[in-house]
Design a protein around this ligand. Sequence first.
Ligand SMILES: [Zn+2]
Length: 746
Amino acid sequence: MPLQRKQQKSGLTGIRQPQGINSSFQAMNSLILILVALFCLFSIRVQGESPKPKPFGSPTVGPNSQKPPPPISSASPQSVDETAKPPVEKNPPPLDPNNRDPSVKPQDDFFIYANGSWIKRTQIPPEYSRWGSFNELIENNNDALHDITEKAENTQVDPRLAPETQKVGDYYASGMDEKTIEAMRIGPLEDEFKKIESIKDRSELLKEIAHLHSIGVDALFEFASGQDAKDSTHEIAQAVQGGLGLPDRDYYTKTDAASKKLRDQYVEHVAKMLTLTGEPAETAADHAKKILALETKLAEASRTQVQLRDPQKNYNKMPLRQLQDLTPDWNWSDYFKSIDLLEPGDVNVHQPEFFKAADQVFENTPLDDWKAYLRWHLINAAAQELSKDFVDEDFNFKDRTLRGTEKIKPRWKRIIASTDEAIGEALGKLYVAFYFPPEAKARALELVNNLKEALVDRIKTLDWMDEPTKREALKKLAAMRVKIGYPDKWLDYSLLPIDRGPFVLNAMRAAKFETTRELNKIGKPVDPTDWGMTPPTVNAYYNPNMNEIVFPAGILQPPFFYANADDAVNYGGIGAVIGHEMTHGFDDQGRQFDAAGNLRDWWTPQSAAKFKERSQAIVKQFNEYEPLPGLHVNGELTQGENIADLGGVKLAYAALQKALDKNPQEREKKIDGLTPEQRFFLSFATIWKSKQRDEDLKLRLNTDPHSPARYRVDGPFSNLPEFQRAFNIPDGSPMIRSADKRVKIW
Ligand SMILES: [Zn+2]
């Protein structure tokens, strides 16, 4: 139960560790932030609203790290279950020509031209549902974190002197202690099951739901703190749709044969899990059906992924009285008392219609069904921290069935991921101390400033945006905060007890700690030093409420960032990532927030109309892509990310031109026969180098706001005259959209 910080960030990719759906006890932490991450590592936790990403689990080695990551010692007793390690180059050369496919021309399909040979010769490792640059980096990072956790585990330290080492070492040790975990099975959760069993009426049912929320278990709905979207200086309570066990509401409502089959498999999975807790098979099968029925009612009342993209519709701040009217059958003051929230204040109810429906479900579902549902959600959250039978069944459905993954990851990787989710800033503190030199931060900051300058230039010269809107846009850009590497202020875990006792209890306490920390924010000023990702994460995000861009240490390394490569490579890599996150501040969602992070319309109607026209064109472009027969990219769902990809490349290219202006001799220099401009585009295509299983692709087409990798390259490039020029491509080529169809925003 690696506690997941729930995030709604627009990350670079929606990365989340591939282990579980709602993989564990999820702290209800900041589930409301609209964080836009670079990509979704594991975007299964999507039903409510993208949670604040703690896309955990993408550890990497610091960029310019002087020390190469220590190789995993195969002699280590902790590494016994480490088999068939995915092939990862420790120091990949920039733009490896061996990855290119010489039989494909740049003008026909640039993604394949750049990565085709790699795609042909590479097998997706059995423990992955997709495999590419991001994963290779994560593997390298895992090695670094493995070294750290094992050292911490084997170091006898006085906890007062090195609290992080003690917590990381003990957490990791308890997770690696398979013997105890197997012997105890669900024993450590006995009290939790008893509590559920003892529910006698609906008032106790609500109190138990509140208790489960406080230990990070998703049930019925979600409740958390989050910035007030219209007063970004304050944290307020937030109530959000939730309570599902499948990745998204559509999984319950679609009527095609594949969806029906998946629901049957889900029912089987739930029944198996309940059987493992000791229910007789027949009872468990009956309960599983009832659980599906209950969740289906919640799903039917839930908003779709596309509907959730509208921040105005998700903003329904109301006094308690009004909240109580929405759900006449449960008593909010009981709920608040149970989660120790003394002064909830006004609550933002993201989806009021969901709560109305949830009230009916709450009242009309038999208590016995509720108990089964809560047992299921508890075990679903905790499965990964329990004995092998639970872990295997959890993997079987969430990874094998839903994502096509063939094999579970070695234990040590799963425990590192769990450590990162549970006490990520303790692990991160140790990580940056060893793997993130201060020079890397300085260099990244310089790049950010160059990209900012490029965006200032673009905004000033845009022909479709009028002057008043430009002034506000420039104000917003000037106010955009930048975070690089790791937090200035680390989380203090001193009140969180971590020991070498039962692993599941460590994870549960960590989830509770995080939930409490989040709930304590309600009614208080926003803490601008807070981070939504841990330092080792290979990802980045923009958070519109904070108007900030954030780049964890984990991503500031090859192939995104090379200490010694030419500018073209770095601008095409990390430069485009920085540009991507920056333009999220001005995408279909981000543009609705102002310089201070408030949801406030600062656009003139004319400029807004022109923006919409342009963003509709990108929706249309991506709707046409068909990655699997009959399955198209959802242009609406992915528009924010597609706008950011297009903007990111455009800005990084402009920033590269500026850098080349300062060093004219560089402009003329060819490396491996390639001009700086060609190397720039190749570098961008390289970061998206990847292969994916069909099941994973399908899941992501349904839920991931990011387009599949291939279209993140070919999509934006086909709109850019800069790209056409760089490779001297004739009009009418497959990679070149006709002039009237080209999308141009920035
Ligand atoms: Zn993004």
